[in-house]
Design a binder for this molecule. Sequence first.
Ligand SMILES: Cc1ncc(COP(=O)(O)O)c(C=O)c1O
Length: 400
Amino acid sequence: MSFLAKSLSRVKPSPTIAITTKAGELKAAGRDVIALSAGEPDFDTPDNIKAAAKAAIDAGKTKYTAPDGIIELKRAVCDKFKRDNNLDYTPEQVSISTGGKQVLYNALIATLNPGDEVIIPAPYWVSYPDMVLLGGGTPVPVETRIEDNFKLSPAALESAITPKTKWLIFNSPSNPTGAGYSRAELKALTDVLVKHPHVWVMTDDMYEHLAYDGFEFCTPAEVEPKLYDRTLTVNGVSKAYAMTGWRIGYAAGPAELIKAMRKVQSQSTSNPSSISQWAALEALTGPQDYLDMSRPIFQKRRDLVVDMLNKADGLICPTPEGAFYVYPSIAGCIGKSTPKGVKIESDEVFATELLSSTGVAVVFGAAFGLSPNFRVSYATSESELITACTRIQEFCASLN
Ligand SMILES: Cc1ncc(COP(=O)(O)O)c(C=O)c1O
């Protein structure tokens, strides 16, 4: 009998972290590697945020804080939700955690009972199903279609709901597809949810500020106020302000749920880093010019990558509304072989062969629950993107 918990046997380590690590190892061994696999902005954290952290250290703000965050940051989160999303919350309805990831994890651990189902549109961020499994629940992936730009249809949502459904995890703009739901598209989904009062919504809005071509970001509780009492609105500073290493995420929702999440946090990590909380306060309340600087750069990279990938033999790459990912289909490459004679039977084989023959690291679609595709993160310089996409084009042209 294994010493390890049975609940861990169904949980996979994060494939995106594994591929980024593999690419790093090849690079360290002297290979010319371009990693398009990381889920973080390539920009540095803005100076005003770094300065706030240094000031916090100098002022001795280096002790434990309240388990789910300092009151100053909770108030700033309330102001942010009002300003950006027209949502009214009080500090008792806010939880601050060690990254958006811990917010989502706390919420699942605090609410799931064995047999509870969680609807997860696929492709999905890799951690959702595994976090549901760790919480003892049952992930229910619902596939989307490339023809619908990877957006969940109201009919597919309706048919996935059962009496055991506890949550819908919603993510727009999405990791891995970049797909962002318009207000009308989201309203069509919230209309379904209104009919099923036992289903709660965990909305992961981490990529809110990374949206292009004037896309209007919206979030479920704002689009449908009837869902306010059963929605957890999750966000964070990691992606928006290039603060992935600082580990601060936050959420707002019904006070009873927030209290339960606080219990989980207080018995696991106590509180998120005090210094990072002061830095996050500056991110939310200080100058927002970093967002205006980074957005057009990401948009230009998205356009470049979409254009170059659509010129590769056998690839189809929709243009997404946001985030810093694209999710091309490789359906046109399946069944072909590499010059060395390796048959492209799956997106995993495609990604492995692409890395070994060209040094370009991407994450295969099966990791995100929808194949045959791969995810490109374009959070890297334009010149690297041009080189990487040229190599992808050459790799695709070499298949026959
Ligand atoms: C959709 C999505 N949600 C949540 C997270 C986690 O964010 P954080 O780094 O704040 O934990 C990520 C990070 O990759 C993500 O892509």
